[in-house]
Every structure is written in C-alpha cells, then in structure tokens.
Design a protein around this ligand. Structure first.
Ligand code: UD1
Ligand code: UDP
Length: 369
C-alpha cells in the first residue's frame, strides 16, 4: 500500500513521525512523507529530532499571509503532488490548514483518506479558529477515522461516520522518545529551585486583547509570588511575539525564549509545577504526565482532561486566572487532583494500534469503504 503522509506544522510532525517510524517497520507499506512547510524552523527541528527526511517538501510559510492565501497555495501544491504520486491512502493529522487542503485535494481525486486524531470537537466553529471547521470537514472527507478516545468515537458515530477506531493519541507515543530522567533544567540553580511554570500561547482567536489579558494574569502571578519562575517559549507568529515581549518587560522571574526543542519542552513540562497554555497537544501531554493545566481558552475539545481533573478551563480573564491559580496552588487537595496522571488520551501505543488496523487493509485496498 502506497501511503502519503502529510505534515505541515510542529504538532503534526510530533504526532505523525512516531507513526511513520512504526509504519516503516513493515514492508507492506511504501511510506512517502510530504512536508508542506506551513511552519518553518519549528517544523524542521522536529524532523531533525526524529532523524526523518521528507520525500517531498514545499515552503508554504510566509510571514503575515492570510488563511485564504495559505489555503490556495496548499491546494495548488497538493493537486499537483497527488497527481504525481497517486497514493492508495492519504494520511492526515488533526485540524491544520495543511491537513484540510491535502484531504480536500485527495477527496477530489478519489484517493482514500485516513484521519489521525479524528473526532475532536468544541461545536463552536469560531473556537478554535479555523481548526474546528477543518477537523469537522476532514472527518466528513475521511474513509478511516483514528479516534483518540471513546468520546471522540461517539461524536463521530453520532455524525454518521463509519470505520472509526479508538487508538489513543499518537502524541502520547512521542513522549517515549524524549523523556529523560537525567535531564537538567536549562536555568540557573537559583531559578531551578523555584516552582516552574511553563507558558505557551498561539491560538488565532485569542490574539489581541484575550491573549494580552491572559498573559497579564501570568505576570500578576509572577509579581505577587517570587517563589515561581516561568519559562515562556514564544511561538514564531509575530503577533504572539509582540504581546509576549511587551507584557513581560521588566519581569525578572521569567525566561522568554525561542521555541524549545521537543526534548527540552517535554522534559521541562514533566518537571513543571503547572502549565499555562492555549495549546491542544500540551493538554494531552500534561494530563498524561500529571502536570496541572490552566487552559487559557474559552473552549476545549479535550473534555476528557477536564473530567479526569487535570485541566482547568480558566478562560482569558486576567482577574479570574490570577485568583483561580493562587487558590489552587495553595490547596493540596485541588493540586493532588490535577496531578494525578491520566491515561484518557492514550497509553503510548497508539501508533502500533493504527498499524495493526492498516496491515490487513494493505493487502486488500477495497475493504476501505
Ligand atoms: C497553526 C495551526 C494550528 C496549530 C499551530 C501549531 C492552522 C489553521 N493552524 O497555527 O492548528 O495549533 O499551527 O503551532 O493550520 N510563523 C513563522 N515560523 C513558523 C511558524 C509560523 O514565522 O515556523 C509565523 C508566520 O508569520 C505565520 C504565523 O506564524 O504566518 C502563523 O503560522 P500558522 O502556521 O498560520 O499558524 P496558526 O494558524 O496560528
Ligand atoms: N512544543 C515544543 N516546543 C515548544 C512548544 C511546544 O516542542 O517550545 C511541542 C509540545 O510538546 C506539543 C506541541 O509542540 O507536542 C504543541 O504545539 P502547539 O501548541 O504549537 O500546537 P497545538 O497542539 O495547539 O496544535
């Protein structure tokens, strides 16, 4: 079976490369990898970490381009690439513009599509934007749906989707490549002795006043409590950078830095007191590691982490985040609930499960409906 795996952004690479490594163990699959270059260096860094080279690559990233421009470029690119390769199966992940465009192009050409991380929903088409629309559409186009959880499966089945398999999230598998018991935090001894807060923000729908307000809450915490030290690897989006730099100007107990390598990020996360984030994947990783998540968003598609008690949806209001965090950080009872490790998003074997499902299909493509 000839499989074309498409990857465009950092999180797609983190969650797809462990699956590609697993697929490549079997001669039944010819796996070709395409990088759309929706992201630049932060994407390359993940390919380098896993020591995987692309078979086809494009450079879709351009500073400040609109979503429409990115979409038209990617559709043109995948249109030509799919004609050239004619894969039996397109493997797409999640909800990015790359995954959306590749799936739409494949559908137009009658190429079968497998969607990894299918069935995530907030049921709010503007949050996360535009990812909710992307994933709903990709699930409608897909022939095979690899759902991370039972909840995602039940959502897909309610929508009438067939061929749905619960496998866990491949992002949890990635942790087995990175976690290191001997890791040393890249901060001074004095800082390492403080409680570490990890901070990340990038969601489009938060850029502007919401992102500013949630970052101001983190600043308030750092000013009020000198026993915390924050590490904030800033997303390359210039709009995010501007907020990050201006909000934390003059604050001493924070390290603002370039995006971290996956190895550094996972190991700092594993040692953090808590993470403040609007990310999708970090919600899963932190829940698995038992690190409390203060989710700087109005919605989440990862309700499993709220049910298990790992994630608090604190929104973007400055006062609410500040008060909520301080209250929880002083309550052993609340903290211990947020710190219990959850396997809701997977057990680290999602890639093997996906390959086991694909193996019989590779012998007979027709059984993919
Ligand atoms: C995209 C995904 C989002 C994912 C996020 C992960 C879509 C619609 N969104 O977010 O689901 O959570 O990636 O990070 O596909 N930039 C660089 N260098 C980079 C990457 C980005 O300079 O390596 C800058 C560019 O100016 C770019 C901007 O950041 O235009 C935004 O990048 P983009 O890929 O469009 O990110 P998002 O849509 O925010
Ligand atoms: N990550 C990383 N370096 C960083 C920040 C995040 O390697 O400086 C990893 C993190 O471990 C997770 C992924 O990037 O696996 C999350 O990416 P992001 O938040 O950009 O996207 P999302 O998950 O929201 O789609």
């Amino acid at each position: 079976m000839k499989i074309l795996a498409v990857i465009g952004t950092r999180p797609e690479a983190i969650k797809m490369l462990p699956l590609i490594i697993e697929l490549k163990k079997y001669r039944d699959f010819e796996v070709l990898i395409c990088s759309s270059g929706q992201h630049g260096d932060i994407l390359k860094c993940v390919f380098d970490y896993f020591n995987i080279k692309t078979d086809f690559s494009f450079c879709a990233m351009k500073k400040g381009q609109s979503l429409s421009r990115l979409t038209t470029k990617l559709l043109d690119y995948f249109d030509a690439l799919l004609d050239k390769i004619s894969p039996d199966l397109l493997l797409a992940h999640g909800d990015t513009t790359t995954a959306f465009c590749a799936s739409l192009s494949a559908f137009y050409k009658g190429i079968k599509i497998a969607h990894v991380e299918a069935g995530l929903r907030t049921y709010d088409k503007r949050s996360p934007f535009p990812e909710e629309l992307n994933r709903v559409t990709i699930d409608a186009l897909a022939d095979l749906h690899f759902a991370p959880t039972q909840l995602s499966r039940s959502r897909l089945e309610k929508e009438g989707r067939e061929s749905v398999f619960v496998v866990g999230n491949t992002g949890i598998d990635a942790l087995s490549y990175t976690l290191d018991n001997n890791y040393v935090l890249p901060v001074s001894n004095k800082e390492a002795n403080k409680k570490i807060l990890l901070v990340t923000t990038h969601r489009r729908e938060n850029i502007g006043s919401k992102m500013r307000s949630s970052l101001l809450a983190v600043r308030d915490i750092l000013e009020y409590r000198n026993d915390f030290f924050a590490v904030f690897p800033v997303h390359p989006n210039p709009a995010v950078r501007t907020e990050a730099i201006s909000v934390f100007e003059g604050i001493k107990n924070i390290k603002i830095c370039e995006p971290l390598t996956l190895y550094d990020f996972h190991n700092i996360l594993a040692r953090a007191f808590a993470v403040f984030t609007d990310s999708g994947g970090i919600q899963e990783e932190a829940s698995f590691l038992g690190v409390p998540v203060f989710l700087l968003r109005d919605t989440t598609e990862r309700e499993e982490g709220m049910e298990s008690g790992n994630i608090r949806l604190v929104g973007t209001d400055r006062k609410r985040i500040f008060e909520d965090f301080l209250r929880v950080s002083e309550s052993e009872d609340e903290l211990s609930k947020m710190r219990s490790r959850s396997f809701a998003f997977g057990d680290g074997h999602a890639c093997e499960k996906i390959v086991k499902i694909l193996l019989p299909l590779s012998k007979n493509n027709d059984i993919i409906k």
